[in-house]
Design a protein around this ligand. Structure first.
Ligand SMILES: Nc1ncnc2c1ncn2[C@@H]1O[C@H](COP(=O)(O)OP(=O)(O)OP(=O)(O)O)[C@@H](O)[C@H]1O
Ligand SMILES: [Mg+2]
Length: 347
């Protein structure tokens, strides 16, 4: 059973207002899970309940098969890394990493061995005598991670640990976290509102909306088979294009009659297509280019159809972008996503 984490119908309400509504999920031993979702959807609340920093209103939390929802945080075998990872400024890196062990009364030789090992894992072995003020943001973040792993936790919990770092450092830290997870193998839960972090780090991504699971699956499944328009728009940058269309069994058309794509659907439907799946040139759908962005390696276009409907188009890496003002588009049937116009759920 190792360090599986099972959430059994857990719910949380603050003063009668539900924040998390009856979640039922299991994370496998050693799995890397990302909890993703917009601000206020309940990510931190969920993580804090697992850590024991918040009580559940109802339900059970099992870690390695043992019910822990009534246990103190220190008895759950979890270690947590926060966004604001306040290090002790007057202590060296060595003392910051070893502090929790010292408080727990771990003998000095054992403490030194574990601090050296944790520092080695996060590649800070040469920095043990420095104070936090003499470290970069990324190095400080690694001290915070070392401080968590030095306790040899079964479960590692991260709440937006990279959001204070600049874009380049974040990229480097993503790679380091991924390698770290492979080395230590602790079941890890990583809260973020950054889809790139979630998609690149996690084995599975739990996308939350208003305290409920919008979709919980592999990053590929979220991208290629979004369960709803919410998921379709949340995952992907630029997001999936969504159009209100109606089908006659052969062709999907906009309200003004413009034929958008071939598809056997009948009746009104919300049509989705990823920006990189729209084919430019050779199609019958006329569009006017409103805006273009060329990033060198790839490019994107914002275009308007004749009735004013806008679409975003992304060119694949390496492909050059047209400089024409009028283009013709084709929306391949194989790459269309259909959603119920009322519920937004995938059809
Ligand atoms: N102690 C509290 N008392 C009352 N309401 C709270 C409390 N803590 C959180 N909430 C509410 O619960 C909801 C979820 O909060 P939570 O902090 O879990 O969101 P989040 O997904 O982590 O958001 P963010 O991305 O902004 O960190 C929010 O509406 C928040 O206002
Ligand atoms: Mg939060």
């Amino acid at each position: 059973m190792g360090s599986t984490i099972a959430l059994e119908n857990i719910a949380k309400a603050y003063n009668g207002t539900p924040v998390i509504a009856g979640l039922d999920v299991t994370f496998a031993d050693g799995e890397f899970i990302a909890i993703l979702g917009p601000s206020g959807c309940g990510k931190s609340t969920l993580l804090n309940m697992i850590a024991g920093l918040e009580r559940v209103s109802s339900g059970r939390i099992l870690i390695g098969g043992e019910a822990v929802q009534d246990k103190a945080p220190k008895d759950r075998g979890c270690a947590m890394v926060f966004q604001n990872y306040a290090l002790y400024p007057h202590m060296t890196v060595r003392d910051n990493i070893g502090y929790a062990l010292k408080v727990a009364g771990v003998a000095k030789p054992e403490r030194e061995r574990r601090v050296a090992e944790a520092a080695r894992v996060v590649e800070l072995g040469d920095y043990l005598d420095r104070r936090p003020a003499a470290l970069s943001g990324g190095q400080r973040q690694r001290v915070a991670i070392a401080r968590a792993i030095v306790r040899e936790p079964k479960v590692l919990l991260f709440d937006e640990p990279l959001s204070n770092l600049d874009a380049k450092l974040r990229h480097g830290m993503r790679m380091e976290l991924s390698q770290l997870h492979r080395r230590i193998g602790a079941t890890s839960i990583f809260v973020t509102h950054d889809q790139v972090e979630a998609m690149t780090l996690a084995d599975r991504v739990m996308l939350l909306k208003d305290g409920q699971i919008a979709q919980f699956d592999t990053p590929q499944a979220l991208y290629h088979r979004p369960a709803s328009t919410f998921v379709a728009e949340f995952i992907g940058a630029p997001p999936m294009n969504l159009l209100s269309v109606s089908g006659d069994g052969r062709t999907l058309r906009l309200a003004d009659g413009t034929a958008i794509a071939d598809h056997p659907h009948q009746g009104p439907v919300t049509l989705g297509i990823r920006p990189e799946k729209i084919v430019t040139g050779g199609g019958r759908l006329k569009a006017r280019v409103l805006y273009r962005e060329d990033m060198g390696s790839h490019a994107s276009l914002v275009v308007a159809l004749e009735n004013g409907q806008r679409l975003e188009i992304a060119s694949p890496f390496g492909a050059s972008i047209t400089d024409a003002d009028e283009i013709c588009l084709h929306l391949p049937t194989d790459h269309l996503h259909l959603f119920d116009p009322q519920s937004g759920l995938r059809i």
